[in-house]
Design a protein around this ligand. Structure first.
Ligand code: ASP
Ligand code: MG
Length: 421
């Protein structure tokens, strides 16, 4: 068994949906579990529905939802002939489920409603894809992943109950038609023991693919994207970015930590546990080699560059000039934990501590206010953070040229610099 994952960008137009089917036609003889995301920007659109609903504006919520319905019905109409009616009726069941809720008044927390509404994107896309592929002769079975992925009720960031999920999966595989090689299901969503829908965190479909691979002992996972593979920098910022053909789990975790938008960070652990290789492939050209990520050492990596804009530096100075020892440090970490702030860089000095953070104004205000009890606080905004793994003198010079470096941290492997631009 292998696991494939197709992201939202691979199903955001009729042309791309046809490309997915062309790719899968080449794997018809293989057992595949295929995880598919919501189409294009559907998740963002559903987030707006959830916001409108929770603010009490049922009219707007329903109107926004109507647009999403129509987009999916139109897509289904263009793609399907024989299976259109069956598909439409399955889509309408999902629409009705949502509309029931959208006529209500919110009485529970926002995150609960968010998950009940946002989970719909993946259900709609996979229903359409399953019917379309069947109509194209790529026979497959559709699974509602909410019958399999069992979680707690930590809405919007639910935690998987692995043993129940394993049992559910075994049962589902046992009852699916053995002559069907492909199973189509959703990423990113699951359900609690009470059958309430949950989501696993934005971009969580990669993680779902990894969870399935772990439980199935899959031979590999392939994530199909609209890029050539994993690049050593964001090609939008660096047109000369290069493909990295081979990486290992450690390196990918490091890259994710420094902010590279490669693969959802939770994805690696379930794969690493069972040494399952992960391929990042390009759905626009399946013959390209892409990137393979595995458990073995990889030598001679190029410099890997991550730039984060909109950074803020929060500078904390002890009021009584006492040293930055365990007490002030634990005070600061407590505030960070409480506010769910993850600093991108921390530098400690004798009597001061500096944090580089994504500039979320509300959070920084709260942090500054709380830290002011023990520290003199100054905040500087509008900065840029550059991180380079496997740096060399050349890149360092090129990327810092003409910039004002206000903070720098350097180890043998990694250098980070904060610039005033
Ligand atoms: N559709 C979800 C999102 O856009 C999950 C995913 O695509 O991985 O975040
Ligand atoms: Mg995505």
């Amino acid at each position: 068994m292998q696991v494939f994952k197709f992201g939202g960008a691979s199903v955001n137009s009729l042309e791309r949906i046809k490309t997915v089917s062309d790719i899968l036609r080449g794997f018809q003889k293989e057992k595949l579990l295929i995880v598919i995301s919501a189409m294009g920007k559907t998740t963002n659109a559903l987030e707006k529905v959830a916001d409108a609903f929770f603010s009490g504006d049922n009219q707007s919520a329903l109107a926004l939802f109507e647009q999403i319905k129509n987009q999916h019905l139109t897509t289904a109409k263009y793609l399907l002939v024989k299976n259109y009616l069956a598909c439409e009726s399955q889509l309408r069941d999902i629409f009705t489920e949502a509309e029931w809720l959208l006529h209500d008044k919110p009485v529970r927390i926002f995150d609960y409603y968010y998950d009940q509404i946002v989970c719909i994107g993946e259900l709609l896309s996979t229903i359409i894809m399953s019917h379309y592929l069947n109509e194209e002769g790529i026979s497959n079975a559709w699974l509602d992943v909410r019958d399999i992925i069992r979680t707690d009720d930590n809405f919007r960031d639910a935690n998987i109950d692995w043993s129940q999920t394993a049992k559910n999966l075994e049962m589902a595989l046992f009852t699916t038609d053995q002559s069907v090689n492909h199973i189509i299901t959703q990423g990113f969503i699951g359900a609690t023991a009470e059958n309430e829908s949950v989501t696993l965190g934005r971009e969580g479909s990669d993680y779902t693919a990894a969870v399935f691979a772990n439980l199935l002992g899959a031979g590999s996972v392939s994530i199909w994207k609209d890029v050539e593979g994993v690049m050593n920098a964001d090609p939008r910022q660096f047109p000369d970015a290069k493909l990295i053909g081979e990486l290992n789990y450690d390196e990918v975790i490091e890259m994710a930590y420094y902010g590279a938008q490669v693969i959802h960070p939770k994805t690696i652990k379930p794969l690493q546990n069972k040494s399952i290789p992960l391929y990042v492939k390009c759905f626009l050209n399946a013959s390209l080699p892409g990137t393979v990520i595995h458990n073995r050492p990889v030598k001679a990596l190029p410099p890997i560059i991550v730039i984060k804009e909109k950074q803020a530096l929060v500078h904390l100075h002890t009021q009584d000039f006492s040293f930055i020892g365990e007490k002030p440090i634990s005070d600061v970490y407590q505030i960070l934990a409480q506010l769910h702030i993850k600093p991108n860089l921390i530098q400690t000095g004798a009597v001061s501590l500096t944090l580089c953070l994504d500039d979320h104004a509300e959070k920084i205000d709260l942090l500054a206010a709380q830290a002011a009890a023990n520290f003199d606080v100054t905040v500087e905004k509008g900065l840029e953070l550059l991180s380079i793994r496997h740096y060399n003198g050349d890149v360092l010079e090129r990327l810092s040229e003409g910039k004002k470096v206000i903070l720098k941290q350097q180890s043998e492997e990694t250098v980070q610099m904060v610039f005033r631009t």
